[in-house]
Design a protein around this ligand. Structure first.
Ligand SMILES: [Zn+2]
Ligand SMILES: [Zn+2]
Length: 440
């Protein structure tokens, strides 16, 4: 007789539920829920809202959570929502999803691709897209809530499930904490979240122990010059030439000033100046993203940027009152740290439930995630964000052979394989929450 049938039979005879049987029951329930999950996913995918504009998305998720019996507070820290379900005495677990999409025109060719247009931060119209998979996160979040409500007789404790706005522009976690997330609601014993991955097979689970995602800073540099006719450059101070030198010189910070053993990135992602061929403009604007793990590397990088820009301007003969303006924006995201004990416990659980082949230990990355903030408030709450693969099986195998290049997160072509991705996400998040809550 098959082992699982033997265990099931013994369980029936002795009135106990085996882990294997419980595992299968979650799997079965998620399979049965697929029509709901698919509909929710396609709705969210078609209707991405930009950071700080997630009002309809938040309302939609709040409505679903209320219908499940959660007490929901809306408009918390902007468009954030906090949904609480108390189910006897026991640990408090926070599950977090983000809500926002990106200003990208979707190019996936999917029948449910987003056609939505919104105004970006400069007031310009832009297409919007869930190119970072936050629609998957919300669907998994809601699906997990449905499973945990259904399994209420199996656990004791409190669920605090939060929908966080503005992850992409990194203001949401900060705003929710500032408004008193950990004071006005039960303080979590554990924080859990997941993020999709664009280079793992759909349904594969990835765990990083320790530092997982980097500290992120956004920096604006305004390079001032003295404009004039393009035919009389000698009568001007050309900010385009100076900005070009600055872009080149900034490359030496990581290569010459930071230890080769310390991770760091300086990327100039935007350069804007001038209006036409024969006019030397008055200014050029650069926008940078900086990545690091340690406080020292972050500070060295920022001070090097200030030193290099000021001194190149001086070399170009720019007066002291017109040296470049360097602004570190208040959008900083601290590095995300996965508590190693919690990460090992959940990794072991995932291996037990889903098999070793479906669980990978991953290394840190230089992307940022403001989920890290929830784990930094003293006294520190053990936190874990695990990764969830999204790539359709055949495409994944072709990519290993070098036959296709997989689109990354934030690509217009990023298209998760919904069913295996979302189903595994719901199962993994449900099992992780059950593991941390008390058993009944
Ligand atoms: Zn993103
Ligand atoms: Zn994201």
């Amino acid at each position: 007789m098959h082992l699982s049938r033997t265990i099931a039979l013994i369980s029936i005879i002795f009135g106990i539920s085996s882990p294997l049987q419980a595992n299968n029951s979650v799997q079965k329930a998620v399979e049965n829920d697929w029509p709901y999950l698919e509909k929710l996913y396609q709705h969210l995918h078609k209707n991405p809202e930009l950071s700080f504009q997630e009002s309809e998305t938040a309302k939609y998720i709040a409505r679903e959570m209320k219908s499940l019996g959660f007490e929901v507070v809306e408009n918390f820290g902007g468009h954030g929502l906090v949904a609480v379900l108390k189910n006897g005495s026991g640990p408090t677990i926070m599950l977090r999803t983000d809500l926002d999409g990106l200003p990208i025109k979707e190019n996936t060719g999917l029948s449910y691709a987003s056609q939505r247009v919104a105004q970006d931060r400069d007031g310009k119209n832009t297409f919007t897209m869930h190119a970072c998979g936050h629609d998957v996160h919300m669907t998994v979040f809601t699906g997990t809530a449905r499973r945990l409500v259904e399994l209420k007789q199996r656990w004791k404790g409190t669920l605090v499930m939060i929908g966080q706005p503005a992850e992409e522009r990194s203001g949401g976690a900060k705003a929710m904490l500032k408004q008193g997330l950990f004071e006005k609601f039960p303080r979590p014993d554990y924080n859990l979240a997941l993020h999709v991955s664009s280079n793992l097979k759909a349904g594969t689970l990835g765990i990083v122990k320790g530092f997982a995602m980097a500290n992120v800073d956004s920096v604006d540099i305004l390079v001032h010059g003295e404009g004039g006719h393009g035919a009389y450059p000698n009568n001007t101070k050309d900010p385009i030439v100076l900005a070009s030198q600055i872009v080149q010189a900034l490359q030496t910070i990581v290569s010459r000033e930071i230890s080769p053993l310390e991770p760091a990135v300086v990327t100039v992602g935007s350069i804007h100046g001038g209006s036409q061929h024969n006019i030397i403009p008055n200014q050029v604007k650069l926008q940078l993203t900086l990545r690091s793990y340690s406080k020292e590397v972050r500070e060295t990088t920022i001070s090097a940027i200030k030193r290099i820009t000021a001194n190149l301007a001086r070399a170009a003969g720019i007066s002291e009152d017109k040296l470049p303006t360097v602004t570190v924006l208040d959008e900083n995201t601290p590095a995300a740290f996965n508590n190693p004990v919690l990460a090992s416990r959940i990794e072991k659980l995932f291996v037990e439930k889903f098999g070793q082949n479906n669980v990978l230990e991953l290394g840190p990355e230089m992307v940022g995630e403001d989920f890290g903030r929830y784990g930094q408030v003293e006294p520190k709450i053990p936190s874990l964000m695990f990764r969830l693969g999204t790539v359709e099986k055949n495409r994944y195998e072709q990519s290993l052979l070098g036959q296709v290049r997989l689109p990354t997160l934030h690509s217009a072509k990023f298209a998760p394989d919904p069913k295996p991705t979302i189903s595994k996400g719901v199962r993994a998040m449900t099992e992780a929450a059950l593991e941390l809550l008390d058993k009944k």
